[in-house]
Design a protein around this ligand. Structure first.
Ligand SMILES: Cc1cc2nc3c(=O)[nH]c(=O)nc-3n(C[C@H](O)[C@H](O)[C@H](O)COP(=O)(O)O)c2cc1C
Length: 117
């Protein structure tokens, strides 16, 4: 039997619901990290992420093309919400602002939230 689903439920089923964090850095070296729910695989080697035009992350990626995606664990829920509730342009280095002792990503050397999955 076919059932009518709410848009919220349909989106949840289509996207899987995985939360990610996106690290980036500004042209003048200020590190940023945000939370994104709107993401899914796009092709075998591509990911699709929907980013608001006004986010600092979006500006950083358009500036230098560098970003790192990490999958946080449930233990990091307060960090996930914190970095998803302030703009880097308002708070400066978001890792410092949020009190996160960052790790460095292997390839790009961007600051990342430690102990991601
Ligand atoms: C659980 C959660 C999910 C979010 N998902 C998205 C998303 O998919 N796309 C988006 O543009 N913003 C999303 N946000 C909002 C950004 O994380 C938030 O606006 C953040 O402050 C942007 O930071 P920035 O300006 O430093 O880049 C989400 C926030 C939370 C808490």
């Amino acid at each position: 039997m076919y059932k009518k689903l709410s848009t919220r439920t349909a989106n949840r089923l289509l996207c899987g619901g995985q939360i990610i964090n996106i690290s980036s850095v500004s042209a003048d070296g200020v590190s940023d990290v945000m939370t994104a729910a709107w993401n899914c695989p796009y092709d075998a080697d591509q990911v699709l992420i929907v980013l608001d035009r006004g986010h600092t992350t979006t500006a950083n990626i358009l500036d230098n093309g560098k970003f790192v995606i990490s999958i946080p664990s449930e233990d990091d829920i307060s960090v996930i919400n914190k970095v998803g509730a302030a703009h880097g342009r308002d708070v400066g280095d978001k890792f410092a602002w949020a009190g996160i002792e960052s790790d460095k990503s292997q390839v790009l050397g961007l600051k990342v939230i430690p102990n991601a999955l």
